[in-house]
Design a protein around this ligand. Structure first.
Ligand SMILES: [Zn+2]
Length: 465
């Protein structure tokens, strides 16, 4: 591990220490990724170093460009050419990385490898090549990842903008957990080159430009993923099954179930190779045999633990709401720098595992046919002693910084014809901003802020869908 990474990790260990103290002294119920505003901001600023723009020399012949867009791109230098692993989002960002690579080698590109089909890894391929026609490697199922739920693209696009904070002001913007904010996105996918060589399901061993390579199928974040192993250099390119954050086992922009158990097993396979360096799909490479191997072992164990705890809870008859609060990362893993919940969160993962294994129904007959929201809101108002009393409770919750409860009461108030809906909307906006300020999980923070802005500028319907 290099010096700057050591100091980064030390700084972040202190921050994690602070975080636990604040969590203990907090007066109201808070989520697992909620801390005091100063701490949240300091943590997110520290995480920023994980995607500081620059080319990292991973070994004598391996270079990784970090921070040129959201994801990483790497160059492996061989005898008579280079191999590019992942190609960023579009030609603009990719050509900046290609230019930076040329400081280290100007040999022609012999091959391009896509670790998986997400646009932030595939859209800039054309920028790395001029006249040469490189072989382009991907798995047999390449492209299957996002195909299943295209029917709901209109809403997925809105949620994507919120998760990544694409429309936040500079003052509101921090980062995306494993990627910087403010990437160049106007040329999405314009440099995509289709795969020409399919990696069979059993994997592939080959030599390109004198470099020995192995391709291993790696279902996890997507089913169409692979990882690349250089047996001589002992360097592993993990794609998005590993990066420096608790993994995004579920994306709040809306995705089909990501097979969590497969993900854990894939990372265990990577760890078993005992790499001397692991190059993630996002964030800084981890160098050194022990550091890289331990990180992968811990990562696999963390995913497996969340899965096992959830499954045990399910079999004990617990529902997703309860389990999302109960399941935690094991004590010996929770403060590891690569497992802090900057991108994925444990509660979201628990809900994803629940619905992935059992569907939406929690097994409780009360929830088989619950009340329609408007009816429930009326009954909640009656219980509170009338709409005015419910409104007073909503305002009191906001004043006490009990933001989640304020949101839930605002959501009841919005259905009540005799409620001051404008007030409820204002309370919701303030509560979302209150939550956002305390949130160090970047997608949640970005989502809260984006939604608050949409409410404030009247972009959402009267009932805030
Ligand atoms: Zn990615």
């Amino acid at each position: 591990m290099n010096k700057s990474l050591v100091s980064l990790f030390t700084a972040r260990s202190c921050i994690v220490g602070l975080m636990s103290i604040f969590a203990l002294t907090a007066g109201v119920a808070r989520g697992q990724t909620q801390v005091e505003p100063d701490t949240a901001l300091r943590m997110l600023n520290a995480q920023q170093q994980q995607f500081q723009r620059g080319v990292v020399k991973v070994s004598d012949n391996v270079f990784t460009a970090v921070g040129f867009h959201g994801a990483n791109t790497s160059m492996i230098v061989g005898t008579d050419g280079v191999i590019i692993v992942d190609t960023l989002f579009g030609p603009a960002s990719a050509s900046n990385a290609a230019e930076a690579f040329r400081q280290h080698s100007d040999k022609p590109v012999k091959a391009i490898i896509y670790t998986h089909s997400h646009g932030d890894h595939t859209g800039g391929a054309g920028a790395f090549v001029s006249d040469e026609r490189p072989d382009i490697y991907a798995t047999e199922t390449f492209g299957s990842a996002e195909g299943v739920n295209k029917a709901v693209n209109p809403v997925k696009q809105k949620r994507n903008v919120r998760q990544f904070g694409r429309k936040l002001s500079a003052a509101e913007s921090t980062n995306r957990g494993v990627a910087p904010a403010g990437t160049i996105d106007r040329d999405r996918g314009e440099g995509f080159l289709p795969p020409t060589i399919t990696v069979p399901s059993g994997g592939l061993k080959t030599t390109i430009a004198g470099v020995e390579l192995e391709f291993h199928l790696a279902p996890g974040e997507t089913d169409d993923a692979l990882f690349v192993w250089l047996p001589k250099e002992k360097i592993l390119f993990a794609g998005d099954n590993f990066y420096n954050s608790f993994p995004n086992l579920y994306a709040i922009r809306g995705t089909a179930y990501r097979d969590v158990l497969n993900w854990s097993e894939t990372v265990a396979k990577m760890a078993a190779l005992k790499p001397h360096a692991v190059v993630p799909g996002h964030t800084m490479p981890i160098r050194g045999r022990q550091a890289a191997t331990t990180a992968l072992e811990d990562y696999s164990e963390a995913i497996r633990s969340v899965y096992d705890q959830t499954v045990r809870g399910i079999n004990a008859g617990k529902g997703p709401d309860q389990l999302a609060h109960e399941v935690k990362l094991p004590e010996h893993l929770k403060d590891k720098p690569y497992l802090i919940q900057f991108y994925g969160t444990v509660p979201h993962a628990v809900r994803a595992i629940y619905s992935g294994l059992l569907g939406w129904y929690d097994g409780n007959p009360t929830t088989l046919n619950p009340l329609e929201p408007r009816t429930k809101a009326k009954k909640m108002a009656e219980l509170a002693g009338g709409t005015q009393a419910l409104t007073a409770q909503m305002e009191a919750a906001l004043a006490k910084q009990d933001y989640q409860w304020a949101l839930e009461l605002a959501d009841h108030a919005k259905w009540l014809a005799d409620a001051d809906r404008e007030l409820a909307r204002k309370v919701k906006i303030a509560a979302l901003r209150g939550l956002a300020a305390r949130e160090y999980n970047a997608p949640d923070r970005n989502y809260y802020l984006s939604y608050a802005n949409e409410l404030e500028t009247g972009q959402l319907s009267e009932l805030w869908f």
